[in-house]
Design a protein around this ligand. Structure first.
Ligand code: ZN
Length: 568
């Protein structure tokens, strides 16, 4: 069994969920011996061997396998054993309809090629090899679905779970989004059909890309209400998720690091290029919403301000490059801990800023106005993805030079291998945009917006991320150089009082408003069951929250460049 599944870079060791495994040939039961973490051996079988595995399935994430009375869902990597050495042989998958009356309305949704199925989709599917077999998640439930066409091929949006929305409207929006992406890469799209497998939940957000489908988990209320006009903020989040996973159909499912060809599913597959695949995809996920006409420039700039804020609130960006973060994804991004904000940078969010900076650099090169990141991404697709060639670890830099000349080389080297901040304020200025910094207005402030004029300005900060815990606030992360770290507070300490007065989720900001930078106060916190006091010197609130404004005084050229980039 695989230890991980492509797209999610963590050794999950799916074999640990195998609760029983038996084998027999035509004559008799054959003993099954487990020989390492994910392999079993059967000796002495004559002729055809049948292996039966029983798997515990209660992981409702996009990476798992799940079965209850409401639905079944699985990634093949979680359930399907591979006869070792036969990775390249064709496979069939038989899905047998459950007999339980509770499942009478269940139907199958998957992009796996059909061999012979009934009207509900139960029956036989086929795959050319094991890699294809496990790259088509399967939804089995009484789900809703809507069909649409984009790029000349059929698309389907499937939604399991409870929701209340107008799927025809969503299909119309997805059509625009998918068309815009096919337009970028060129017709026809590299799949015969495409399926978005959605799961509407109370609280959740995530996706996983596949070659002809994607799994999406989203809040049920992210979908627009029936009859609702416009594209509200939560729905933008849903569309950005769909946009991200769809973009991956080209960019990481087909254009991929050479280190992934073939995937070695029993171990970590290291590459320094995850930033190229996740960062560039994260940049385009939002840009495609603008190009498709689903959001306007104002909403785009708000979302960009939020991305900038995510990066600039992470001191770890000074310690780790996105090339290193990519390489260490397996034990880094996928295994976050209390020190992650100080030690690591996200190759998603800083990767997206790198893509932004590269695009803006290309778009403002003198005499090179016609070359943009679109040309680079398309060239990657045509030279690598379309021809099943993997991108070498240094392949991107040379491709950029081929397409755009040496101009962007310095920016790219600094952005990918360096740990300094990118010159984005200067670059955005060439597009008539001003990057502004301010302190956070509160714990829910994700940036992207100017501060509300009437809000009280918090002058001091703790330099820690907190969450409510019992009667106090647990320090989830203690940021490098902040007041909390200098006072000796640790992650997992539970702060209960400042200056002798209790603080909690709703009172911390109110208490801190009373102080000026440089004032010293006593802080009381539990470390385990010991109550400790700390001498806390309050520091100025970090200016780590970013928003963008159009600069009316910028030159005509700058506004023209912005219009060429984002439209009117
Ligand atoms: Zn992604």
């Amino acid at each position: 069994m695989p230890s991980w599944l492509p797209g999610s870079y963590l050794l999950r060791e799916f074999a640990r969920h195998v609760v029983a495994i038996r084998a027999h040939d035509a004559e008799r039961e054959i003993p099954v011996e487990k020989v390492d973490k994910s392999r079993w051996c059967c000796r002495g079988a004559g002729g055809e061997l049948t292996v039966t595995a029983t798997v515990y399935a209660l992981d409702e994430s996009v990476r798992g396998a799940y079965l209850d009375r409401r639905r079944g869902f699985f990634n093949g990597a979680c359930l399907l054993l591979l006869p070792e050495g036969r990775e390249n042989e064709p496979a069939v998958l038989d899905l047998v309809a459950p007999e339980d009356a509770a499942c009478a309305a269940w139907r199958v949704a998957t992009a796996l090629p059909v061999a012979d199925v009934d009207a509900r989709g139960f029956g036989r599917y086929r795959a050319a090899d094991y890699d294809e077999l496990i790259d088509h998640p399967v939804e089995i439930s009484d789900h809703a679905s809507v069909d649409f066409e984009a790029g000349g091929v059929p698309h389907r949006f499937v939604v399991a779970g409870r929701f209340d929305s107008d799927l025809e409207r969503v299909a119309g929006d997805l059509t625009l989004l998918c068309e815009a992406q096919v337009e970028l890469f060129g017709r026809p799209p590299p799949f015969a059909s495409y399926t978005f497998l959605g799961l509407a939940v109370g609280a959740g957000h995530g996706g996983l890309e596949h070659r002809a489908s994607s799994s999406l988990i989203f809040n049920r209320d992210d979908l627009p209400k029936p009859g609702e006009a416009g594209v509200p903020k939560d729905y933008q989040g849903f569309l950005a998720l769909a946009s991200h996973e769809y973009f991956h159909s080209w960019h990481v499912k087909r254009t991929k690091p050479a280190a992934f060809i073939p995937y070695r599913l029993d171990r970590r597959n290291h590459t320094r290029l995850l930033w190229l695949f996740e960062g560039v995809t994260s940049y385009y996920q939002d840009l495609m919403l603008v190009r498709a006409g689903l959001i306007g420039v104002k909403d785009y700039l708000r979302r960009l301000g939020e991305s900038l804020t995510r990066v600039y609130r992470t001191p770890g960006r000074f310690r780790q490059s996105i090339a290193e973060a990519s390489f260490d994804a397996w034990d880094g991004l996928y295994k976050p801990d209390a020190n992650s904000p100080n030690a690591r940078v996200s190759y998603y969010s800083k990767g997206a800023l790198t893509a932004l900076g590269l695009d803006l650099t290309l778009r403002s090169l003198p005499g090179r106005g016609a070359v943009t990141l679109d040309d680079v991404v398309r060239a990657l697709w045509q030279r690598y993805g379309l021809r099943d060639i993997g991108v070498a670890e240094d392949g991107f830099e040379s491709l950029v030079e081929d397409v755009a000349g040496a101009g962007p080389g310095d920016f790219l080297a600094q952005a990918v291998y360096g740990t300094g901040d990118l010159p984005l304020g200067d670059l955005l200025g060439r597009f008539g945009l001003t990057l502004r910094w301010r302190a956070a207005a509160g714990p829910a402030d994700a940036g992207g917006m100017a501060p509300p004029a009437e809000s009280a300005r918090l002058l001091v900060g703790l330099g820690a991320r907190v969450r409510p815990s019992g009667d106090g606030l647990e320090l989830v992360a203690v940021l490098d150089g902040g007041a909390a770290q200098r006072a000796g507070l640790n992650p997992a300490d539970v702060l209960i009082a400042i200056d002798g007065l209790r603080v909690g989720e709703n009172t911390l900001a109110k208490r801190l408003e009373r102080y000026e930078p440089g004032e010293r106060v006593a802080a009381a916190a539990f470390r385990g069951d010991e109550l400790l006091t700390f001498d806390l010197e309050l520091a100025p609130a970090a200016e780590d929250t970013i928003y963008l404004e159009i600069d009316p005084a910028a030159g005509v050229d700058a506004h023209a460049r912005r219009r060429a980039w984002l439209g009117e």
